[in-house]
Every structure is written in C-alpha cells, then in structure tokens.
Design a binder for this molecule. Structure first.
Ligand code: SF4
Ligand code: SF4
Length: 327
C-alpha cells in the first residue's frame, strides 16, 4: 500500500483555538485522518520532538503552523518543521499577521516583564525575581526559552508557502486547504487560501447600507440599540469590513458583532489599519477643527481597532521587526 502523506499540525505562540478549529471539521476529520499520516499534533496526540528531528528533510508533506513567534522555542519548532516539510501553511491570524499577541509590540520586553512580574496589582514577588533562560537549582540546570523583544509573524522567521487567515479560520476553509494539498490542486506559492473580496462584498448587511454614508461621530456597540439588519458603519459603529478579506462566513456580523479584521487586509493591501483609516476619513462629514477632534476622540481605542490582528505584518510592525532582528 502506498505511504500516506505525512502531516504535522503545531501551535507556536498560539491559544489552541486554531487546533480547535481543526477538530471542528467534525466527521470530515475522520476522512482527513484516513487520508494522511498525522506525525505531530501536540494538542491532540503524544508525539516526540526527537521523532521529527530524526526524519529526512522534506519527509512531511504539509506542516500546518498556527500562532505567532514570540520566543526561541517557537522559532526552533518553526525552523525544524520548515526543514522537514515540503509545504508550510500559516494557519490563523497569529501565524499570518501576528494576531492579537502582536499588540504587545507597542511595548518592549522590559515593559512587559516589569508589569507581569513586578507591577501588576496581583503580583507578589518580594525577591523581585524575573524569568531567566538558565537557573541552577540544587545542582541542576533548568532552562527556559528566551523571550524575544518582538512578536513575529511566521513568515518573518521561516519561508511560508500558503496562508489561511482567521481567528480561528473556519473549518470549511481548513478542509479545503488540506484537500487542495492532497489533490495537488494548489494555487501559486504565497497565496492566501481564502476569497479575494472584502467582507463588505459578502456581508448580508451591505444591502441595507445607505447610498451615501455620512459619519459625524463614532459609537460603541453597547451605546446603540441593536438592529440585526443595519450596516454597523452607517450607524457610526467601527466595523473593519471595508478593509478586511472575507471568507469567515460573516460569523461575527451574524451575531451582531462588528468585524475586527481577523482575516487580514484585502488583497493588494499591506495593512488593513491604515486602509480602514482612509475609509473612515472619507466618510466623516465634519469640517471645523473642534468637530474633527471630537469625532476622533469618540473612537475609544484607535490602536486596538486598527492593529488588533496585524501589527507585526503592518508597515509599522515590519520596520520594528527588521530592527529587532538586526539587534
Ligand atoms: S489565530 Fe486566534 S484562534 Fe488561532 S492561535 Fe491566534 S488567537 Fe488563537
Ligand atoms: S461595514 Fe460591516 S456591517 Fe457594513 S456592510 Fe461592511 S461588513 Fe457589513
């Protein structure tokens, strides 16, 4: 019998939500398990790192990696799987764009450690000790991965063949991606395995958008009475649909939650944040300086909206990633 293609599924700086999405393939996961030989999936099965190290280079047909790269352990695993795999798929917003962990790039490592191990009100640390990469205790050496200054996307650390965005990606797109690999029916290297349209193009609320949208100030979702059909943006509620790639199945929109951009920018755009900002600017109908200031001040968390899922892959994030790599 011909050998089945080997597949590895592995989370790096991940919350395990992407692994959960693979499990959400439900019955289809049985077909996948039948068609491939899963050689690594730390969340679901017990495999040994040494077994992967012992493999031939390129022996794994596909490695599906989720999560960002925040420490030396993540980097080592990403590099090992790249070496052993013919194809690498970056799965989820964290691997593709840095994800929500990437928001930490607005702070340095020292700021983060000082808060987490010293200044947060719930911390009790009388000796003021901070994590060390090496500690000797009772004659035994203990090691920890080193924490990087920066959160990196997967492709800032290794070569990536395909991208599957979302937080997490929907199971149907995961199933399509795995089948495309099994069938050898793949688009050009570097492709994102999701539709090439903006979320607004597929959003059911688009048909209720006014022909001309005019925004005077912004409101948060809890400040307005929920209308299940109205376009969020037309009601002055921040929704990143115009600047975000579709493919999510409009899951958030359908439960009355505006888009926050987990599918990343629309094709041809580097960062959804600046793109969305220019959309907002074109919709604002304010003229006087004080009106403009009031409108901007009514956005409660601009950085959180504009960079929630993609700071490390944005123009801003790429610059600091490059600097951090050079240091
Ligand atoms: S993309 Fe979302 S679900 Fe996947 S690891 Fe990151 S935070 Fe978790
Ligand atoms: S802005 Fe949001 S709610 Fe409005 S059509 Fe686009 S995705 Fe839908």
């Amino acid at each position: 019998m011909a050998e089945k293609p080997k597949v590895a599924i592995c989370g790096l700086g991940a919350c395990a939500g992407c692994d959960e999405a693979v499990i959400d393939l439900n019955e289809a996961i049985l077909q996948v398990a039948d068609a491939v030989d899963i050689v690594l999936w730390p969340l679901a099965m017990d495999f040994k790192y040494s077994r992967i190290q012992a493999m031939q280079d390129g022996e794994i047909a596909l490695s599906i990696l989720s999560g960002s790269v925040r420490n030396s352990d993540h980097q080592d695993m990403a590099e090992l799987l790249r070496k052993k795999s013919q194809l690498v798929l970056a799965m989820g917003a964290c691997a593709c764009f840095g994800g929500t962990p990437g928001l930490a790039n607005f702070r340095g490592k020292d700021d983060i450690f000082n808060w987490v191990y010293r200044d947060a009100p719930t911390v009790v640390n009388p000796s003021g000790s901070f994590p060390q990469t090496e500690t000797v205790l009772n004659g035994h050496k203990l090691t920890l991965p080193s924490f990087f200054e920066h959160v990196f996307t997967l492709d800032q650390v290794i070569d990536v063949d395909y991208y599957l965005p979302g937080c997490p990606p929907p199971p149907d797109l995961i199933g399509n991606a795995i089948n495309a690999v099994l069938d050898g029916d793949l688009p050009p290297k570097g492709s994102t395995l999701a539709p090439r349209k903006a979320l607004c193009d597929t959003c059911p609320r688009n048909q209720h958008k006014p022909n001309r949208m005019e925004i005077r100030s912004f409101r948060r979702i809890h400040e307005v009475e929920a209308d299940p059909d109205a376009c969020f943006l037309a009601a002055g509620i921040i929704c990143l649909g115009p600047a975000t790639r579709t493919g999510c199945g409009e899951t958030c929109i359908r439960i009355n939650i505006p888009c926050r951009g987990c599918f990343g920018p629309v094709p041809g755009v580097v960062g959804s944040g600046p793109k969305f900002l220019s959309t907002l600017a074109s919709l604002l109908v304010v003229e006087r300086d004080d009106e403009i200031k009031d409108a901007i001040d009514s956005i409660d968390d601009p950085v959180g909206y504009l960079y929630r899922f993609a700071q490390p892959s944005s123009i801003l994030g790429r610059r600091s990633a490059k600097k951090s790599m050079e240091e």
